[in-house]
Ligand binder design. Sequence first.
Ligand code: ATP
Length: 760
Amino acid sequence: MATNVEFVSSHQLRNNETTCKTSDCGQGILIRNATKIYGVGKKRCTVLNGIDMSVKKGTIYGLLGASGCGKTTLLSCLVGRRRLKSGDILVLGHKPGSPESGIPGPRVGYMPQELALFGHFSIKETLHYFGRIYNLKTDFINSQLEFLSKLLDLPPSHRYVGTLSGGQQRRVSFAVALFHEPELLILDEPTVGVDPLLRHSIWNHLVRQSVDHGRTIIVTTHYIEEARQANAIGLMRSGRLLAEDSPENLLREYNLSSLEDVFLKLCMADFVGNEEKINTGAQQLSYQLSGGIDNVAFHASKSELNISGTGHLQQMELNLQHGKTPIAFTNKRSGFINSNSEARKRPKLICSKSVLPSSNRLNALIQKNFLQMFRNIGMLLFIFLIPAIQVILSCLSLGGDPSFLRLAIVNDELDPSQDRICNYTTTCTYSMFSCRYLRFIDNTTVVQVPFESVSDALDAVKSGKVWGVVHFPKNFTDELVVRRADGKFADKETILASSIAITLDYSSQQISLSLKQSLIEAFEDFSKDILAACSYEPTALGIPVTFLDPIFGENEPSFVEFITPGIILTTIYLIAVALTTAVFLSERKSGLFDRSIVAGVQMSEFMIAHVVNQFIVLIGQTVFVYIFALLVFKISFHGSLALAVLITLLQGLCGMSLGLMITSLCDELTSAIQLSLGSIYVNLFVSGILWPTEGVPVYLRYFCFLMPQTYAIESLRNIFSRGWGVERPEVFWGILISSGWIFVFLGLALVIGRIRKYTG
Ligand SMILES: Nc1ncnc2c1ncn2[C@@H]1O[C@H](COP(=O)(O)OP(=O)(O)OP(=O)(O)O)[C@@H](O)[C@H]1O
């Protein structure tokens, strides 16, 4: 059943732009001089090297070749997922990817090499998802499910794909490609992991699809002999097509009984030819590209092919029929005879030329996202609660006053032999001031550890046993009384002898500050106590500075109040980055993304569906975060809750957009994680989350305010602590800049995605 293929030059194809004219329209697929290169510089690798290929409409074409010869790359160019470096492709009369081609879209059914299915979905849910993508009616979806279940001997449709065996999963993947009965089927190794009987029935089905329904089918396989049922086969090696002809012609021409032997012979000839080219510069083996497919066939001199013609690989057990006669279709296993096309009315598949998102595809994607989310309740709860958990942990662990800090006390005023002991008096008595002062030190903050000598106490500090030394001189009380009496006339000796000498370990700023504050406050309280006991005004000896009631905030501001707005926004933002990156990259890695794109889903639709889904997650996260921050931890909040929620949601969307940009830049999870981590740390340090931007060197502040979170955090802080509204620029800018970054990231994601698609 030799197929007559009209030769169309590359030049003609180019003139046709994106659409065929006249005779080419009868072609299923035409490829001329296709070249594809991966990588640049030293990594540059030519994967397709001037391929010419012709597939007639309504035929089966078997693309055969060793692993790595470029079959999958060629198929991905056919379905519009990759672009050629040079050369031309027409699929069903159009350039794949052109708006009128319907490819990617419903005209093609694609079965990639990877599984490309959702492990958490049942078989039924999987097929319903693709049914919705193709806008199929529920009746048709159900009847196809029943038909394909029988044909492919699928497990019960409620079974989850992730729990199926490898072969069963491949069959479900095959069912997805056949599901909408497309004009063109592109199947990358559909029979891998499938038992011989089922393989036989799959091939019979493919033959029926081409003969009865005029479908064009391209199938790659490593089981060379099963390709005998194809109308034509192309034998590929190292990115070139060694031969293209009907199986009978190839067998006849090389006088061999198996296609495997033909393939081996051609490979050997190619190898010898290449060797000769290198060593002697002998004539190249020629491809004659004129006047029909017989002439497209490889013409190596048979005398050059010094190989035995006997088959040496196992013959398939199948008694395969071939030739032009339609093959009777009998699936013995399922007992299903003949196609059920009579019973099922094939739906009219609409090839949308619109660049606007389609509602059925958006619905399918949104439903898929929710199904995926709710399938794993543990993960769902975790995602919803994780920002709240971060807020809880930050409220519990940040900003609290350090407690139970050990401090060495060396009190030389004590001398029991002279009756100088702590008397704990509360009256107006000028004795043992050291003991009286020590009583005012907050014993939750400080644990007093008595030491005999200053040198012992200093050793304890050096060995990390205590945080500092408080030393009272021998005549502390008397000297202090003299000093107060002398006032401005006090001499240096008196001042020294009436001073408490404090040596602290300053290795921890927060701890040393707490100790300082505690010791100074204790002295103020001690002074007030003495003055009150002696009937003076308690505040008379205090520093002449009075702090009145604050305009904003509390009298004793806490660090946790400062940091909470930053923690809320950062957690929401970072989780959105991480979730988006994880979802998109895992879908892309599993092949699901590609499969959906080939089914006609547009990148913008993926994005919109993800935004909808992520927005619901964000609302849940925001509700939990504010419940814990405001109701449980009672962080002071003086502004509009609606405004705070708005900024939080905008920041979540901003993180999600950054995630989308990262996924459009990176193919691998590791590089995406590296990029995300890089951005997270920069963000953490310069966005004013941990420390006010006023503390950042002036030259760095401009950079701080370029970050997507800086203005938003300032804005939320102003809402929390000052109660400012949107009329204030400090709040307004937070909303405006967050929105601006969302558009910047989304725009970059789309542009990078397009550029990479074009160059990919
Ligand atoms: N994205 C890519 N970047 C760089 N090289 C690639 C890329 N994709 C594929 N290749 C390389 O291109 C060559 C052809 O790969 P391809 O997947 O097309 O082969 P194949 O014939 O389908 O192999 P198999 O039968 O094993 O699936 C291989 O050497 C592969 O490593």
